[in-house]
Design a protein around this ligand. Structure first.
Ligand SMILES: Nc1ncnc2c1ncn2[C@@H]1O[C@H](COP(=O)(O)OP(=O)(O)OP(=O)(O)O)[C@@H](O)[C@H]1O
Length: 450
């Protein structure tokens, strides 16, 4: 199986560290280079996806000049190489410069193998995802939905979306506000056979109850005061394509009956209309509410639920997606800096740490807003934790109880260990110091995937 192991290039001149890293990374094919020439030779011959680079290399082992030269040459040869730079203790300036010059991340010496392991694992994830994105983008129509993620927790979701896209089943997306339900609905549409048709979205919570029916079903001229001309509803507009019903839990009961009738018979009647109109559209819906509870206490019709939720996809909160906050932050920074023509290039290390430490109650939407504002506020070329308004009182609110704290800690530790062990269960159990059955029980209880 050695041929299938991902290749990790380690540029390090200290024989002791070389041995330590080779031992720590037995999940990868570790390629060791002690100087610039060896690094470039290995890069050309083996094309590793990820490299770690010690800036202090001969002939300047106590400085950083040789390290930066190697960084530049490696990236010139392979621009998509993810380089993780080692900076000596307290050398924040070098870390900052390395990121500015194209390094993907950095870590401080002395090495903490576990922490570095996570950075390396994430680099491989991102690299694989980018490669996949490029592959999809190269295929006509694919990869255009703008979905950015590298977290294993989200890969389960995106795989499911891809799998169900081709089948004409109804899909219900469940997730907190700002988790990207609309983005996912759109990517489902784009991956489906209806991609050439239109994607029509309606937020059922944003429209007053009295207008929602006419928005969905349309009306004939003169159907009610103010109906000055015949108007198509969103359902008709989505004919041949996909209709995204956001916040479906907010649809009042009488309208639920009408929606159900449409789903059963696939015909609508405009308000004030006398003839049925056949409409062929696929329904994708979403809600942040506890829809099961709504069904249980009669606020949402069970028969409608089953029509809408042939497939249910649960979207994890941003805080539960390992590595995604930083990945998305970089994506939004690039996008908004370009859109506003501002010379902002990246984040300072303290900003990265703050992004990783924040709980993101408003999920991706909150992240995008903070990054957008920070891009405007930034003084220099790099956004700081201050610009993101993530300093000072970032202390988490008092948790609800000790059980919740333990569960959160369990989840985080299991996710980290899984990433570290490349999803291998025995390896993960070993890292956590628990038995395989115990790990299985915990993963089942917390709905975690390897
Ligand atoms: N994975 C992602 N990649 C890129 N952009 C994302 C991603 N997820 C969300 N976004 C962006 O974040 C913002 C919020 O996403 P979206 O509107 O899809 O969330 P939502 O779950 O539908 O929110 P709400 O429930 O509040 O309507 C949008 O600007 C969207 O483009």
């Amino acid at each position: 199986m050695s041929e299938t192991r991902p290749k990790l290039l380690v540029v390090e001149d200290d024989p002791g560290l070389q041995r330590q890293l080779r031992w720590a990374y037995d999940g990868y094919e570790v390629l060791i280079a002690a100087d610039r020439a060896a690094a470039l030779t290995l890069l050309r011959a083996e094309e590793p996806a990820v490299a770690t680079l010690d800036l202090g290399l001969p002939p300047d082992p106590d400085g950083v000049s040789e390290g930066f030269a190697v960084l530049g040459e490696m990236l010139a040869l392979k621009p998509d190489l993810k380089v993780i730079v080692a900076s000596g203790h307290g050398e924040r300036e070098s870390a900052r410069r390395a990121i500015a010059e194209g390094a993907w991340d950095f870590y401080s010496k002395p090495i903490d193998i576990d922490a570095l392991g996570l950075i390396v694992a994430r680099a491989f994830h991102v690299q694989a995802l980018e490669a996949e994105n490029r592959r999809l983008a190269a295929r006509e129509g694919g990869g255009a939905s703008g979905l950015v993620t590298a977290a294993p927790e989200m890969q389960k979701v995106t795989r499911m979306i891809e799998r169900v896209a081709g089948a004409d089943v109804s899909v219900m997306l469940l997730g907190a506000s700002g988790t990207g339900k609309e983005v996912l609905a759109r990517s489902l549409h784009e991956a489906s056979l209806r991609a050439k048709g239109s994607f029509v979205a309606i937020n059922c919570a944003a429209i007053p109850e009295t207008l929602l029916e006419s928005e969905l079903f349309g009306h004939e001229k003169g159907a009610f005061t103010g109906a000055v001309k015949t108007t198509e509803g969103k359902i008709e507009q989505a004919a041949g394509g996909t209709l995204f019903l956001d916040e479906i839990g907010d649809v009042p009961l009488p309208l639920q009956v009408k929606l159900l009738r449409f789903l059963q018979e696939r015909v609508i009647e405009r308000i004030g209309g006398r003839r049925p109109i056949a409409v062929d559209t696929r329904i994708v819906c979403a809600t942040h509410q506890d829809i099961d509870a709504m069904v249980a206490d009669g606020r949402f019709r069970e028969d409608l639920y089953y029509r809408l939720a042939e497939i249910v996809v649960r979207i994890p909160a941003l805080a539960e997606r390992s590595g995604d906050a930083v990945l998305l932050a970089r994506h939004f920074l690039k996008r908004h800096a370009a859109a506003m023509k501002l010379p902002v290039k990246g984040f300072t290390p303290d900003a990265i740490a703050a992004i990783e430490g924040w709980n993101w109650p408003g999920n991706v939407r909150e992240l995008e807003n903070r990054v957008k504002r920070a891009v405007i506020m930034a003084d220099g070329s790099h956004v700081t934790a201050d610009d993101l308004d993530l300093t000072g009182d970032a202390a988490p609110a008092l948790p609800i109880n000790l059980r919740a704290v333990r569960e959160a800690a369990d989840r985080a530790a299991i996710r980290q260990a899984l990433a570290h062990a490349g999803g291998n269960i025995s390896g993960t159990a070993r890292l956590l110091g628990i038995s395989r059955p115990t790990l299985y029980d915990l993963m089942k209880a917390y709905d975690l995937q390897p």
